[in-house]
Ligand binder design. Sequence first.
Ligand code: CNA
Length: 237
Amino acid sequence: MEKIHQLKQWLSESRSIVFFGGAGVSTESGIPDFRSVDGLYRQRFEYPPETIISHSFYLRNPEYFFRFYREKMLPLGFEPNVTHKVLARWEQEGKLLAVVTQNIDGLHQKAGSQRVYELHGSVLRNYCTVCGKFHSAEFVKEAAGVPRCSCGGIVKPDVVLYEEQLDGNTIENSVAAIAQADLLIVAGTSLTVYPAAGLIDYYRGNRLVLINRDETPYDSRANLVLHRSLGDIFRQL
Ligand code: CNA
């Protein structure tokens, strides 16, 4: 059977779909994935992105951190694409349990998805590290240098940096959803960032679908692999 037909058949038979995604879900909205960021970095930045977006670097050199963050990691003004929209529709239809995402752009919620577990946080939430006051992404974008609250504290994006722990509740919810899924779609992720990538090991079914332009370390474990662009696939679903 052609792969897309196989996928459509499984979708029609599934009642508890979970979608596990990464940066590739948003490239067709115009937001580069990590690899693209890395490519751009080579021309402009002195350190690897993994170093800049680490907790110790943020503490050591907040000016540099925020310059990189604003230029490369703060995607404002982008719109959900067909993949985000189809996932939101499946949730409304009662077929999709949850979206588990490594993305920090808030586009699943913008498309209408309600149960979204953001493993790496969101650029849309920013808190003063002293008084805890909430600040918008626009506030961080427009601040000159290190964004500061009216109390003087640094405003830190609620984004999980390297060396920082993932939120315990978010992991628990993600694991519970994945363990309950009858169909797990893993898409738009290189599956190289841990512990996030390891969460798909909690899937117990035999309908693990992997949709990604490039090969991933999990390809051999999937029941169906489509090396295609997500937009091409989701436009047909
Ligand atoms: P990644 O390591 O950059 O991998 C992305 C994968 O998606 C690659 O393997 C590509 O082949 C694939 N891909 C790209 N576009 C498409 C497409 N249209 N259709 C199908 N496949 C596609 O990103 P990961 O998410 O795996 O993990 C690394 C980091 C990147 C995560 O922690 C993210 O938070 C972080 N990130 C997030 C965003 C965002 O929020 N939009 C953007 C850039 C980086």
